[in-house]
Design a protein around this ligand. Structure first.
Ligand code: PLP
Length: 398
């Protein structure tokens, strides 16, 4: 019998999860999934960081009852996040102008921020990079915004179309919400240089745009402080700022859902009002965040030996990705003379827009090598055992 559910259409499949499904169904033991958004170690495994295991052991020495956390999350976590994101000596922390709420990963942080902005800047439109992380558009649309693109990637140079980006920023109406990747652009790997960031900040502030920095890969580019530099440069200029950050990748804690939203206000008093409104959004969505991931991250960040261990382990991940970039470029130069993949070395973070076309990606699939149709590959899914097979297959489809 018909019900109000009878006419509901099937929602479109998530393009990236679709690749994973096809990969899982492939019976070839030599299959390789470059379509993921996850860091794998040289054995092709998701690492369980030693700093995380030690923090968990430490927490288990004195097990605590699982009471509710405050709506805004664990105090020690929020404090540690602020120091990591803004820098421990930041004026916005000293002046109590920054508020931070623990969130369900970077995605949860973006959604709290989107709901907050919809309430207080309801007529603004959102602008995301072309292309951007595939969930940005859907997430801001689901919060009720119209979402537009700004020029970003330049396929001809495999870098940023900076002229186009700056022109787009200049053309945005006052109050527009601009989502910027603070570092390690997903999906392209193409980054602005320091001078270009300066120009972006100038236009954002001069035209009273609302910057929303998404930082899901702090530490995967040039280092923890280096990757956070853009956040600090924004805080050095007056005006609103939202920052979402995620520990999914940097702590390899994907399933624990650890992230945070930080909002910078112009005074401490304004910050207190903002926090009260952020708490209202959290309270009406999921009431308060889970305990485990936040405790682990807070323990690591605030215990000097564990903090050092984390920084070393994160550096290990960063260095391995760079090695894979180097090897990919070198090996492709040998196996596919005439091709030029030098740009892969300049790209930053976990991903590379490889320049492979949809047709070439489809041909790779016939070799049981899976990439995104756009040509995005996860460099962190390459390792010393699979890189030769990947290079041979790419050389074959070029
Ligand atoms: N923002 C960007 C740019 C991302 O790439 C990701 C994850 O892939 C996220 C946000 C979401 O992070 P999380 O998995 O912590 O929700």
């Amino acid at each position: 019998t018909a019900s109000i559910f009878s006419a509901i259409a099937m929602a479109p499949r998530d393009p990236i999860l679709g690749i994973t499904e096809a990969f899982n169904a492939d019976t070839n033991p030599a299959k390789i999934n470059l379509g993921v958004g996850v860091y794998y170690d040289d054995n092709g495994k998701v690492p369980l960081l030693e700093c995380v295991q030690k923090a968990e052991a430490k927490l288990m020495e004195q097990p605590t009852p699982r009471t509710y956390l405050p709506i805004e999350g664990l105090g020690a976590y929020d404090k540690a996040v602020q120091e990591l994101v803004f820098g421990a000596d930041s004026a916005v922390i000293q002046e109590k102008r920054a508020v931070t709420v623990q969130a369900l990963g970077g995605t949860g942080a973006l959604k709290i921020g989107a709901d907050f902005l919809k309430r207080f800047a309801p007529d603004s439109q959102v602008y995301i990079s072309d292309p951007s992380w595939e969930n940005h558009r859907a997430l801001f649309e689901s919060a009720g915004f119209t979402v537009n693109n700004y020029a970003y990637y330049d396929a001809a140079t495999h870098g940023v179309n900076f002229e186009g980006m700056l022109a787009a920023l200049k053309a945005m109406p006052e109050g527009a919400i601009v989502v910027l990747h603070a570092c390690c652009h997903n999906p392209t790997g193409a980054e602005l240089n320091a001078d270009q960031w300066g120009q972006v900040i100038e236009v954002v502030r001069a035209n009273n745009l609302i910057p929303f920095l998404d930082m899901a890969y702090q530490g995967f580019g040039d280092g923890i402080a280096e990757d956070g530099a853009v956040v600090r440069r924004f805080t050095a200029t007056p005006g609103p700022l939202l920052v979402s950050n995620s520990f999914s990748k940097s702590f390899s804690l994907y399933g624990e859902r650890v992230g945070a939203l930080s909002v910078v206000a112009s005074t401490a008093e304004e910050a207190a009002r903002l926090l009260s409104q952020l708490k209202r959004i959290v309270r009406t969505n999921y009431s308060n965040p889970p305990t485990h991931g936040g405790k682990v991250v807070a323990t690591v960040l605030s215990t000097p030996e564990l903090r050092q261990l984390w920084e070393d382990e994160l550096a290990g991940m960063r260095v391995r990705i760079k090695q894979m970039r180097d090897e990919l470029v070198k090996k492709l130069a040998e196996k596919a003379p005439g091709s030029d993949f030098e740009f892969v070395r300049k790209q930053v973070g976990m991903f590379s827009y490889s320049g492979l076309t949809k047709e070439q990606v489809e041909k790779l699939r016939a070799e049981s090598i899976y990439a995104v149709d756009t040509g995005r590959i996860c460099v962190a899914a390459l390792n010393s055992k699979n890189i030769d097979r990947v290079v041979d297959a790419i050389a074959k489809v070029l």
